[in-house]
Write a protein of this length. Structure first.
Lengths: 231, 231
DNA sequence: CGAAGAGTTGATACACCTCAAGTCTTGTGG
DNA sequence: CCACAAGACTTGAGGTGTATCAACTCTTCG
């Protein structure tokens, strides 16, 4: 259950502002002001934060935890669009367009986030135009990310998509060890498949193949050790 | 060859401004001011407007014609990302991020566009913050479009992707006639394939199948008649 | 420790890709 | 305006890789 915590023990409001790119250009005074209108919310692992059945017209900014952003099509198949972490935001579609929300956002871990209502964010943008610039930058990065994903799904062979995924995950979730890079997987095999446009079985087989080739080592269901030399 | 036309016979500078969403909120006075810094360029059908070999750090706004925005991967395969028409812009990646340009933009028809240098656009955004808001809106629409494309390439069967393409094209390029919707195709079969993540042969076969089913009628290489009842 | 859920592996089917040959458009030049 | 050549498209045959279905094994967590 989501807990709203205008003043809660979990977080230092001041420090969390600094982690958010779209507010990075603000002065301390301005940040204090933004803190006034932020509502903190807390979600447990597995909870739905947003879905077409439960639309919320506000901007969500991730403060702690990880979420997946998913499209579910008519036949029930999921396509993962984003894996978001600290500093990332979502909910922009409802804020800047009239398009009804068609995404599902689910907490992959216990997650804490800041929310700002549409009305208050609009007012904020008018008052502190620098934020709009930062939002443009962030949106452009996101757009570039999606374009790369379109290229990948549309015209890259599956093996290459797997390599790219391992590269991405080693950067985002990997830790260097003496034997290689240890990746803490935030997704199940099925979710990996839904990210890559494949089936769970194919992902299994591809990972097994890479293990046989000595590229990586599967450590239980939730960790992968990338052997050095291959990135 | 690109022709720069600060004052040219092709275009009425004033009227073209009104067609561009990102400038739609401006007063006449402000529009006049924007017109001062715009450089018009003209490209012939088939010309490359932008490519990694010829990066240009400016915002491009389409005034007349159509362009395709493409990613080309190492093995030479093309993935079409966007088909842009009047009022659309591109070049935002170079403007808002430090990411080197990795797209190719090619004129599908004789094309006229407005360009604004990075420096002047930055100044403009500071001076007229409403523009930044409009840019956010447009970027969000583009992002939503790309997310739909990711969903489509990642988790929709090919037949459904074809249907979606026909729907999209009938809206963008179709004209109502007594027999159905006549689509003027801006793309070759190969380009359609590069848009859908398929091969030219598969597109041919799918279209032939739809023709056999009475859904559409192929009229030469560049037109499709969508028979009524099926959208 | 045990049960439920997640993952793996195998056999088979099928859809798309590849390669190749042939046909049709289209636009140009006579 | 017609003929023709080049390019675009279509069609066929065969191969490949991923999806599907099913049985089984392994992790994980209460």
């Amino acid at each position: 259950m989501a807990v709203s915590c205008q003043q809660c023990e979990f977080c230092n409001h001041h420090s969390c502002m600094h982690r958010v790119p779209i507010f990075s250009s603000l002065t301390n005074e301005e940040m204090k002001q933004v803190q006034q209108i932020i509502v903190h919310r807390y979600y447990k692992k597995g909870e739905y934060i947003l879905s077409p059945l439960k639309p919320m017209h506000c901007l969500f900014i991730l403060n702690e935890g990880k979420v997946k952003v998913v499209r579910v099509n008519q036949s029930g198949k999921e396509q993962i669009l984003y894996l978001l972490s600290i500093g990332d935001f979502f909910g922009e579609t409802a804020l800047f367009t009239g398009i009804p929300s068609d995404i599902v956002v689910e907490a992959l871990e216990d997650t804490r986030l800041c929310t700002i209502s549409k009305a208050q964010f609009s007012a904020l943008l008018k008052q502190l135009p620098d934020i709009a610039l930062k939002v443009c930058e962030e949106l452009t990065h996101r757009l570039h990310r999606m374009e790369t994903m379109v290229e990948s799904l549309g015209s890259k062979p599956v093996d290459e998509r797997m390599d790219d995924l391992l590269k991405e995950f080693s950067k985002k979730y990997g830790k260097y060890t003496s034997e290689g890079i240890l990746i803490q997987l935030p997704l199940s095999r099925e979710e990996l498949a839904n990210y890559l446009g494949l089936t769970r079985e194919t992902v299994s087989r591809k990972l097994a193949k890479l293990q046989n080739e000595g590229v990586l080592k599967l450590m239980g269901h939730k960790q992968i050790l990338l052997i050095h030399r291959k990135k």
